[in-house]
Design a protein around this ligand. Structure first.
Ligand code: MTE
Length: 865
């Protein structure tokens, strides 16, 4: 019998054990050849806190910079680069192991670990609380290899077909480690589950917006040796690292990673499945026809246990050829070895992996390396746990497959397809099963092959963080990714008619006046703002008062060619108004001179970020998730001491490239950060994802696709309204005094309103009162709710907030329905010295205007942002 790392078996002092494990050196271990088992790859435990993590709740967690962040800086959700993962071999080093954290990593001090407590409660005869020390001392320890797979693995493919509610994982949302710890069954047995007990609920120590993370599995699975459910305190022979559940986690083999609760604190034996928010709202494959909207309006989908995911489904991916690999035919040799991974769920074995080069008409059989089986022959201790895999046949690990293919065959193929089958004869499907959470994506893995000169270029469906991949290309080319032909046109398929582009005439009929640069420049003052769009000159003087963005929107364009911005932000209606302001055509030489003119730039750090006449760049530094569709995007200004320079109640223009065609998208936004915040700006944005036939919001999706570090352009301020404090308001430069604000908003329309409300509430001397009527669909759609509640709590005479929900749940005790006549009558009756400020969807603003005017408000007392 072999004993590896005997020192670890000394259980006198658990803390000692935990420290000793750090000293494992791989040269102390028997060589793999000696025992013929794969041992962990060389590993370096990172000690540095990465710059991006500083200032986040995870500023105590050292990490490997190679990991690809999928949800911005925080929470930490990452996958390794696929090639690096594959090259590590059967076992993954802890620093490259994928991470899925719903929130901050609990901070656990080394010295507190021996006293870490796990309670076993609920339907048990003998409720107990065990310390970490007892868990190691009193229970048999096992060591076994297990692959964990996130249910979202390969989700980016689903999101490319149609945005799901989940973030995009590439094909590396999985990893394998040797786990050490006791069987969960032994722990449960000590507490003696009662007869009617059916489930084991698990709860972690990570406090999240909807409670602690938790989920459940069936009790009989936990008690079944063949299902291998265990608790782990070591990974590849080392103490668990913070991201992976230090000091104790559950490991549920063969099931989705979401069931393996990290930072484990409680096991609760119950009659029913877990009622934890994360168990109900996550890890489900809802029927494919359920749209994000349908899923949001009815809870029945989320509590139907038939849709909950437990066992993994069969899946496979090619790691080689790599995404964007180029094979030089001159040096390639006669054959190329295609290789990758495959896994199945529920302990099932992968029984075949097949490759097709002709769209699935014929298949070739790949070789499979069942590295996991090697541990079945090994009997003894490994890292302080017994390897007892000889007793069971279940397969809980991925296997690597490979196939040598003649290069000439690759040359004659357009795409390579991979599919695997398990011992339940379940084979990966050709077509994707799209579902609202985008989970368990497992269609045939397809790598396209394109001949470019004397090379072959390979492309995977997607890349986890970058644009590109054959799916995006096919979609951009107008292909339907669900047509059964991977978005490529099927012979005989009716061509898709491109939507005709409506041309709006912006020129005055019959006008033939030529204007030169000198004349343009002579008329580029705030009083006489001439500007250029598409080579034509417009005089904005007559629209200074009427422009919804305020006079500044026009004066800031004076003397400039503003074609790009103008065309990007103006509606067809606005463009149709342009002939009235058209005064001539700028001659060709003047246009060239205007656009080549360099502007002298000073290198001195600017104290104020926003400039009304030119774009300035800010950098995305963090994305905070507020809910599945709402984020706070945090941008760094040019330096730490710089302020945004946005007057209260005004907006700024943001320019972002459309990720699909790189065209500039420009929209006006009001940040939620305070206007005097230094060095940063925070933007609260609700992402409008596509649904059914309604396309998604271009700008919000482009913002959502921004990588950390990406730059956006901003210009401003814009807006006719400004709040000066103490009830003083200016509208288009004219000052008025207000005693009370009636604020009506819907959805993200809250943001400009919120700036004004905050200014009033933060100044104890400001006597202005505010009534906020806030309309939303669902309770979770209410933005800045905590802040609104805090203002009411601070001074309920000065601030009243009324929420109304159009699709409220049964439990909602507030107002129901849209912002109606009755509600406006009750809270927004005309009043001397007060004004109404409104921001929301067009339909809501229109109906509010009508109701307010009918009730006797004067148009001049209403301001629409
Ligand atoms: N446990 C806690 N306490 N909190 C979490 O956010 N995430 C789950 C699971 N256990 C999670 C958790 C999910 S969805 C997955 S896929 C796995 O942890 C990922 O484990 P890893 O981060 O160690 O790879």
């Amino acid at each position: 019998m072999a004993t590896i790392t005997q020192t670890l078996i000394d259980r006198d002092e658990v803390h000692e054990i935990s420290l000793k494990t750090k000293e494992i050196k791989f040269h102390d271990l028997p060589t793999p050849q000696e025992y013929d088992i794969p041992l962990p790859p060389p590993s370096v435990n990172p000690t540095e806190i990465l710059e991006v993590d500083k200032g986040t709740p995870d500023s105590h967690v050292p990490r490997d910079p190679r990991l690809i962040r999928l949800t911005g800086v925080h929470p930490f959700n990452v996958e390794p680069p696929l090639t690096a993962l594959y090259k590590e071999g059967f076992l993954t080093s802890p620093e490259l192991f994928y991470v899925r954290n719903h929130g901050p990593v609990p901070q656990v001090r080394d010295e507190d670990i021996p006293d870490w407590e796990l309670s076993i409660e609920g339907l048990v005869e003998n409720p107990i609380t065990l310390s970490f020390r007892e868990i190691l001392e009193k229970y048999d320890q096992i060591t076994t290899p297990i692959t964990l797979v996130c249910a979202g693995n390969r989700r980016k493919e689903q999101n490319t077909v149609r945005k799901s509610k989940g973030f995009s994982w590439g094909p590396a949302g999985l990893s394998t480690a040797l786990w050490t710890g006791p069987m969960m069954a032994d722990i449960l047995r000590s507490a003696k589950p009662l007869r009617k007990a059916k489930y084991v609920c698990m709860e972690g120590a990570d406090k999240l917006p909807n409670g602690y993370y938790g989920t459940s599995v069936k009790l009989n699975w936990a008690m079944d040796f063949n299902r291998g459910i265990m608790l782990a305190h070591k990974m590849n022979g080392e103490d668990l690292r913070p991201d992976h559940g230090r000091p104790l986690r559950a490991v549920v083999p063969g099931q989705i990673g979401g069931r393996s609760v990290k930072w484990l604190k409680r096991l609760i034996v119950t009659e029913a499945p877990s009622d934890n928010w994360y168990h109900i709202n996550d890890n489900r494959v809802l029927p494919t026809m359920i749209s994000p909207e349908m899923s949001a309006t009815s809870t029945e989908w989320w509590t139907d246990e038939r849709y909950a995911i437990y066992d993994l489904n069969v899946n496979s991916v090619a790691a080689f050829p790599e995404h964007e690999e180029v094979l030089d035919l001159a040096t390639a040799g006669s054959a190329y070895t295609v290789k990758g991974y495959a896994y199945a769920g529920g302990g099932r074995r992968i029984t075949r992996v097949e490759i097709s080069l002709d769209k699935g008409k014929t298949w070739r059989l790949a070789e499979i390396d069942y590295a996991e089986d090697k541990y079945r022959d090994f009997e003894g201790d490994l890292f302080g746990g017994k390897v007892d895999m000889w007793k069971r046949e279940s397969c809980f690990c991925w296997s690597f497959w490979s196939l040598r293919i003649p290069v000439s065959d690759l040359e004659n193929s357009e795409a390579l397809l991979v599919r695997a089958m398990d011992d339940g004869m379940m084979v990966q499907p050709r077509d994707m099963y799209w579902s609202v959470l985008g989970m368990m994506n497992n269609p045939w893995f397809r790598v396209t092959i394109t001949k470019e000169g004397n090379t072959l270029k390979f492309e995977h469906p997607t890349h986890p963080s970058r644009a590109g991949g054959w799916m995006e290309k096919a979609k951009k080319a107008g292909g339907d990714l669900t047509n059964g032909n991977w978005g490529e046109k099927i012979e005989g398929e009716a061509p898709v008619e491109p939507e005709p582009v409506k041309e709006i005439n912006m020129k005055k009929e019959g006008l033939a006046r030529m204007i030169d640069l000198q004349e343009l420049k002579a008329n580029s003052s705030a009083e006489k703002p001439w500007f250029v769009v598409n080579g034509e000159v417009y005089d904005g003087t007559g629209f200074l008062e009427g422009h919804p963005g305020g006079a500044i929107s026009i004066t800031s364009s004076a003397g400039l060619d503003v074609s790009e911005d103008f065309l990007a932000i103006h509606s067809e209606t606005a463009k149709a108004m342009m002939p009235d302001y058209h005064i001539g055509t700028l001659d060709k030489a003047s246009l060239e001179a205007l656009n080549s003119g360099s502007t002298a730039v000073s290198n001195d750090p600017r104290p104020i970020f926003l400039q009304s006449r030119s774009w300035a760049k800010m950098k995305l530094s963090e994305v905070k998730t507020v809910s599945w569709d709402t984020r706070v995007f945090v941008f760094d200004l040019e330096h730490d001491k710089q302020t945004l320079g946005l007057p209260i109640g005004q907006h700024l223009m943001i320019k972002v490239p459309d990720p699909t065609n790189k065209e500039a998208i420009i929209r006006s936004y009001t940040p939620v950060s305070e206007t005097n915040m230094e060095g940063k700006m925070e933007l609260l944005v609700k992402i409008y994802f596509p649904a059914d036939k309604i396309p998604g919001g271009k700008m919000t999706m482009a913002l959502d696709a921004l990588a950390i570090g990406a730059e956006i352009d901003c210009k401003g301020p814009t807006g006719r309204f400004e709040y000066l404090g103490n009830g003083r308001v200016t509208i288009s430069g004219k000052e008025r005094k207000v005693r009370s604000f009636k604020m009506i908003c819907g959805g993200t329309g809250l943001t400009p309103i919120f700036q004004v409300l905050r200014a009033v509430m933060q100044d104890p001397q400001d006597p202005t009162t505010c009534v906020v009527l806030d309309g939303n669909r669902l309770e979770e759609d209410i933005l800045c709710r905590a802040e609104l509640d805090a203002y009411v709590a601070l001074d309920s005479r000065k601030c009243t907030v009324v929420h109304t929900l159009s699709q409220a749940s049964e439990n909602w005790v507030g107002r129901r329905g849209r912002i109606s006549e009755d509600l406006i009558k009750e809270f927004v009756a005309p009043e001397e010295g007060s004004m109404v400020i409104i921001c929301g969807p067009e339909a809501m603003e229109k109906s509010a205007r009508k109701i307010l005017l009918d009730q006797g408000w004067a148009e001049s007392d209403l301001h629409f942002f």
